[in-house]
Design a binder for this molecule. Structure first.
Ligand code: ADP
Ligand code: MG
Length: 395
């Protein structure tokens, strides 16, 4: 997919409308985690260094097209000023005269922050009139909000069709990492797909089997594949009505030359709670009154071999119920193996997904991965092989 970066557009003396994701968690009017704000700093600094006046466009929470004072971006202004070390001029609307006045009044090196785009009903409908009103405010559009790129909204895809457009540094890093993992990867490639249910990840599995050399299926969804193959899983979480679908995926994998890896041993327990009494058994020997909550050490050893034989790894979904000890063991162990191979320069590793990122952080493995995507839905849709409207518009 072709997309421009800020190296490809003229910026000196231009007003640059910059779409960012600063949808940070807040409590009592204070930002509790400024990670998203910190991540946009390089793009903002780069734009200013090239002589641009930076105007930030962003959504915050879900006001559903109405002005909701608690969801005002005015609440993040102080945190933004702290992260940038610059004056931030806040405009109480993202279009119209107040926005124009704020932009005209901002000094050299100041950053303008426009009010929540979702205060307008046209934002999520990608209303051309709203996009045109935004476009009136600037000369160039830079999109640095990969996490919002799977939705065609006025401030993402709409605006990109009206102004010269480019990806910001953060969007660029994310796209490069994803392309290295799945677009044009160094082979062999292994994908790990875990989590609770097959039904939520059908498109993902369907796309991956055609693209990767090895597919590791773990977590609750592995149970569905086991059941489909006639292996009993007792009281485990399994979608028995998805058996036919699971078999179709296995057939598709075989036809595409993709090797599927399912657990060979499993950790079973009678209760879904931390510290529950448990035992490790060969797959197929899950007692009728027990449930599979994690993969066993033999499975981890096998996965470690697969990882060591691959050059690229892409991971979404934990291998077990990692929130409760000791059923985090396989996920943590496999994550540490991937982290070690990456540190040694043998593996390009990319991971994403809310629970996956949490698990890799808890395992202390995230910092060694080549790239950790925090984009959630956009990451998954990209892995599913879907075109992201916010990215397609940057071509
Ligand atoms: P992500 O958020 O990274 O996309 P998912 O939401 O798909 O990941 O999956 C994470 C969930 O899957 C976790 O809540 C985890 O407890 C659950 N899970 C994984 N393995 C099992 C299992 N064997 N039994 C029940 N739940 C499981
Ligand atoms: Mg999840």
């Amino acid at each position: 997919m072709a997309w421009k970066t800020i190296d490809d557009v003229g910026l000196a003396g231009k007003v640059v409308l910059t779409r960012v994701d600063i949808n940070v968690p807040m409590e009592g009017g204070h930002v509790t985690d400024a990670t998203r704000i910190e991540k946009i700093v390089p793009t903002v600094e780069d734009l200013i260094a090239r002589g641009a006046k930076v105007v930030l466009l962003a959504h915050f929470d879900r006001p559903k097209g109405k002005v909701v004072p608690e969801m005002s971006l005015g609440h993040v202004k102080a945190a933004l000023e702290a992260a940038l070390g610059r004056k931030v001029v806040f405009a109480p609307d993202c279009v119209g005269d107040v926005a124009k006045a704020a932009i005209a009044g901002a000094g050299q090196g100041d950053v303008v922050l426009l009010e929540n785009t979702r205060f307008h009903a046209g934002e999520e409908k990608n209303d051309p009139a709203l996009a045109a009103a935004m476009a009136e405010l600037g000369d160039v559009f830079v999109n640095d909000a990969f996490s919002a790129a799977h939705r065609a909204h006025a401030s993402t895809a709409g605006l990109a069709h009206l102004l010269p457009s480019a990806a910001g540094r953060l969007m660029e890093a994310e796209l490069r990492a994803l392309e290295a993992a799945l677009g044009n990867p160094v082979r062999p490639v292994v994908a790990v797909v875990g989590g609770a249910k097959v039904s939520t990840k059908l498109d993902l599995l369907g796309n991956l089997v055609g693209k990767v050399d090895h597919l590791v299926i773990g977590g609750g969804m592995a149970n569905t594949f086991l059941v489909a193959q006639g292996v009993e899983v007792g009281k485990s979480l399994a979608e028995r009505d998805m058996a036919a679908t699971a078999l179709e995926i296995l057939a598709k994998a075989k036809a595409a030359g993709c090797t599927i890896h399912l657990p060979v041993d499993v950790v079973v327990a009678r209760e879904f709670k931390a510290g529950a009494a448990n035992e490790t058994v060969p797959v197929g020997q899950c007692p009728a009154d027990a449930m599979i909550l994690d993969a066993g050490p033999k499975t981890v050893a096998e996965l470690s071999k697969v990882f060591a034989g691959c050059k690229t790894l892409i991971w979404n979904g934990p291998l077990g119920a990692f929130e409760i000890e000791p059923f985090n063991a396989a996920t943590f162990a496999a994550a540490r193996v991937a982290a070690g191979l990456t540190r040694e320069g043998k593996l390009v590793s990319v991971a994403g997904g809310g629970d996956t990122v949490a698990a890799l952080n808890q395992a202390g493995a995230a910092r060694d991965f080549t790239f950790i995507s925090t984009a959630g839905g956009a990451f998954l849709e990209w892995m599913e092989g879907k075109e992201l409207p916010g990215v397609a518009a940057l071509g």
